[in-house]
Design a protein around this ligand. Structure first.
Ligand code: BES
Ligand code: MN
Ligand code: ZN
Length: 497
């Protein structure tokens, strides 16, 4: 039986054929985010007037006041400005115009918050600013500024505040913008609700992103997933009228080292028949956060023209409920050949990833990375801002940790603790995809995935959250780029440029 309304399957010219009368999307997602106002970072140029933002640490405040005019010193005292981290004091000129801003660094050294200076983008009035005073990392400040300036304005008027930053000449503005745009794309895709971003629209966004850089696309849709031996992608997604699909994108010189990115693309996770309670379902539009982040990382790689042959695999599905939904107790065949007993339809992510990882693994890539909003257990262990990652390659883990610290993109290695594989033994199939006991949920999910990776020279899995629950400097509330700035830095180091 073929899925109703589904005409086409495997195709290299996916767009027209995906646009069936039933499931056409009216609005394509922008290939590269335009959430950032152009020229938000300015080159140092004598002709552009800018307001100085003077950076002062708590220890440096006395020195600053020693050199300040009595009226400025009095204003600082009257306002109780103590240079605490992120505090700001505006200084008026004699004409009443904004003459300067004092910015508190706290103890300094970026300890309080690596993107503290991002507050300039959100807390200052429209204008053009430049940094002065105590030395800060100007590149970090510029990135923090862009990350803070992000707004999700798809459903309401633009809210560009008109705040601009002049960056010193030694800052690589193109690189800063490249990274910020990758993060903004990931955020946009996560923030778009599931009614406007289903498997079709996610696939379109992925295709647009890679094709814009000259890459190639292939999409396997609906029943063709069975013919192409991706049975678990099909099983998880078949209950939705928005048919499941596997997006397979390639970019770069085929002779370069093969880097494969795999992203969980569950456009909405209801839990399936093991339905989630309302409170747990509320945010599940973000369950394609792995795919969104993989696309953000891909834009950074392609835009920088890293010498790699990039492949992006995105299983895009909706975990829905219907008469034909997969069930707890079902046994699913998989691409790898293992029969998988279904313990809980809400553990859908690892199923679609397993098939996608097995596919990616077949060409023996030099490096395979997967990103997924895979488990609630990862959040219990490390909270929303510190995603765990897993790999058996100690050198790769070291490189990831080093990059993570260098670019302030927090990650924490957790173990692929092999003895726990036992917890996924099945009495009737090759493996169960969950454990019966509520232990080590993120570790066991990673272990399950590891069963589908055999030939990749190195593999790492990132159990991300993809969401900032409360805004911080550089991190507006909502969809979030996680792990991708660190991975981009690691890839630049590994493959050179
Ligand atoms: N998408 C969820 C995991 C998730 C939940 C990530 C909340 C981030 C925030 C995933 O598909 C899921 O439901 N996992 C279950 C697995 C369980 C049934 C073994 C979980 O973590 O509860
Ligand atoms: Mn789930
Ligand atoms: Zn999920």
């Amino acid at each position: 039986m073929r899925l109703a309304g589904l005409a086409a399957g495997t195709t290299t010219d996916a767009r027209p054929r995906l646009r069936t009368a039933f499931f056409a999307s009216n609005q394509r997602v922008a290939p590269v985010s335009d959430s950032l106002a152009p020229d938000i970072l300015l080159a140092p140029d004598a002709s552009v007037a800018s307001v100085p933002v003077t950076c002062v640490s708590t220890d440096g405040l006395e020195r600053y006041l020693g050199d300040a005019s009595p009226s400025v010193a009095g204003w600082v005292a009257a306002n109780g400005f103590k240079a605490e981290a992120g505090s700001m004091l505006r200084l008026a000129g004699e004409d009443g115009a904004l003459a300067g801003v004092l910015f508190g660094l706290g103890k300094g050294h970026g300890e309080e918050d690596p993107f503290l200076l991002g507050k300039l983008a959100t807390d200052l009035p429209a204008g053009t600013y430049r940094l002065e005073g105590e030395a800060v990392d100007a590149g970090r400040a510029a990135l923090g500024f862009l990350l803070s300036a992000y707004r999700f304005d798809r459903y309401r008027k633009r809210t560009d505040k008109g705040v601009r930053l002049v960056t010193p000449g030694y800052v690589d503005r193109d690189e800063v913008v490249r990274i910020a745009k990758g993060v903004a794309l990931a955020r946009d895709l996560i923030n778009i609700p599931a009614n406007d971003l289903g498997p079709v629209e996610l696939a379109d966004a992925a295709i647009d992103t890679v094709v814009a850089y000259g890459g190639t696309d292939r999409v396997i849709v609906g029943e063709d997933l069975l013919a192409e031996n991706l049975p678990m992608v099909h099983a998880v997604g078949k209950a939705s009228s928005r048919h499941p699909r596997l997006v397979d994108l390639a970019w770069g010189n085929p002779d370069h080292p093969k880097v494969t990115l795999v992203g969980k693309g569950v456009c909405f996770d209801s839990g399936g028949l093991d339905i989630k309670p309302g409170s747990a379902m509320a945010l599940m539009k973000k369950d394609m956060g792995g795919a969104a982040n993989v696309l953000g990382l891909a834009t950074m790689i392609m835009d920088a023209e890293l010498p790699v042959r990039l492949r992006v695999l995105i299983p895009a599905v909706e975990n829905s409920i219907s008469g034909n939904a997969f069930r707890p107790g079902d046994v699913l065949p998989s691409r790898k050949g293992l029969n998988v007993e279904i313990g809980n339809t809400d553990a859908e992510g690892r199923l679609i990833l397993a098939d996608a990882l097995a596919l990616g693994d077949e060409e023996h890539p030099d490096l395979m990375l997967d990103l997924a909003t895979l488990t609630g257990a990862a959040r219990v262990a490390l909270g929303p801002d510190l995603p765990p990652f897993y790999t058996d390659d100690d050198a790769l883990a070291g490189a990831i940790e080093k990059a993570s610290v260098a670019v302030a993109d927090p990650l924490w290695r957790m173990p692929l603790w092999k003895p726990y594989l036992k917890m996924m033994d099945s009495k009737i199939a090759d493996i169960n995809h969950i454990t019966s006991a509520p232990f080590a949920g993120s570790v066991t999910a990673a272990l399950f995935l590891s069963r589908f990776v055999e030939h990749a020279r190195s593999w790492a899995h990132f159990d991300i959250y993809g969401w900032t629950p409360t805004a911080k400097p550089g991190k507006p509330e909502g969809g979030e780029g996680q792990a991708i700035r660190a991975l981009y830095a690691m890839l630049k180091e590994r493959y050179g440029k």
